[in-house]
Design a protein around this ligand. Structure first.
Ligand code: MN
Length: 257
């Protein structure tokens, strides 16, 4: 059993070390993670410059391989040559904060797992529901329990699958009910924050994510609000299948209006 672990908060993030520690004994673990916090970088790959890698020293990051790139870069280089083998499972996280609903499109945590999935390797992304690393050890224990149960029940080596897990920040996270959910939706983001730099020129901070909009029963938001661990199976096909016929009619070749 070979497990590749990455994250998006950077190799020094407590959530990564906690996940690695929690997974000890499950198999051979390789860790390849970004040098800097790369939250919100989605599935970006670094194409305009080469990537460099070094091996971290000192606990709790001893032996982690560190890439000066994105989460997707880390998993991509791992699977295309750096590891020298194909892992059986890719894990990502534990992220500092929730990745629910539309967040999953921006998330580097989900993207690192998705990069494994795109290469045909089953993958799980883990996030804590709230920022600040509160009850991180409990979240790590919950993550390990999920990995163990998944390994016992879901086939590895066949069709790949991708799970997005959000864990409430509570001391008994590993004992919480687990709900399989669908992604909710958020409102549009809060307004951009406009300030001025010391030269008097305008600068802009991306505003915080909006509140949950579609957060009814069955969604990830609802599960976490109810104090449960949310597990959403993800797929990558963004095609609007329900409207392909509509668009074919509108845009059929030779028609003008
Ligand atoms: Mn992050």
């Amino acid at each position: 059993m070979r497990i590749l672990i990455a994250n998006d908060d950077g190799y020094l993030a407590p959530g990564l070390a906690a996940l690695v520690k929690a997974c000890q004994g499950l198999g051979d673990i390789d860790v390849i993670a970004p040098e800097q916090n790369a939250s919100g970088t989605s599935n970006a790959l670094t194409l305009g410059r080469p990537l460099s890698m070094f091996e971290a020293r000192g606990e709790p990051v001893q032996g982690f391989r560190v890439v000066n790139g994105t989460p997707s870069d880390c998993v991509h280089v791992a699977l295309t040559g750096v590891l020298g083998h194909r892992p059986d499972l890719v894990l990502s996280g534990i992220n500092n904060g929730a990745n629910m609903g539309d967040d999953t499109l921006y998330s580097g945590t989900v993207a690192a797992a998705m990069e494994g999935y795109l290469f045909g390797v089953p993958a799980i992304a883990f996030s804590q529901a709230h920022k600040g690393w509160g009850e991180l050890d409990a979240a790590a224990a919950a993550a390990r329990a999920i990995v163990e149960q998944v390994l016992a029940s879901a086939p590895l080596g066949g069709e790949p699958w991708l799970l997005n897990v959000n864990i409430p920040n509570v001391p008994n996270a590993a004992e919480l009910p687990r709900l399989v959910t669908r992604l909710g939706r958020r409102h549009a983001s809060e307004p951009v924050i406009r300030q001025h730099n010391p030269r008097g020129e305008p600068i802009y901070w991306i505003g915080p994510a909006g509140d949950a909009r579609e957060c009814g029963e069955g969604t990830d938001f609802h599960a976490v609000a109810q104090g449960c661990v949310s597990i959403t199976p993800l797929q990558v096909d963004l095609t609007d299948h329900a409207r392909t016929g509509l668009w074919a009619g509108r845009l059929a070749a030779g028609r003008t209006g």
